[in-house]
Design a protein around this ligand. Structure first.
Ligand code: FES
Length: 117
């Protein structure tokens, strides 16, 4: 059974293979949403982008990114730090196929160089 390590929360959970990462976080009591997104999110439909997190290790163990997730992350790109682009995933669109280390609630790039470009 894969092990998911939530580094910010210092919490490790063992999960069945193929389980949805958003579901894992919610069942483990890990908060993946920031501010009002705790209540104003799409509940896993992949449309709001508020479940964005970073898979720091074990990216090869995450399900491949689909075209919808890729598009949704591109739409949010001006608010997200471009340095983490290859690690960014939507929890609700990611399945866990092996061990991974996850960083929830990555910093928002409100005034970064990418914002006005
Ligand atoms: S919960 Fe809305 S995109 Fe994942």
């Amino acid at each position: 059974m894969p092990l998911v390590n939530f580094v910010n929360e210092k919490k490790q959970v063992q999960v069945p293979e193929g389980v949805n990462l958003r579901k894992v976080a919610m069942e483990a009591g890990v908060q993946i949403y920031q501010g009002p997104d705790k209540y104003l999110n799409c509940h896993g439909w992949g449309t709001c982008g508020s479940c964005c997190l970073l898979v720091n290790k074990g990216r090869e163990n995450a399900s491949p990114m689909g075209w919808w997730e890729r598009l949704r992350l591109r739409m949010s790109l001006m608010f997200l730090d471009p340095a983490y682009e290859d690690r960014r995933r939507l929890a609700c669109q990611t399945r866990v196929n092996g061990d991974m280390e996850v960083q929830t609630r990555p910093a928002i790039n409100w005034f970064g160089e990418n914002f006005f470009s």
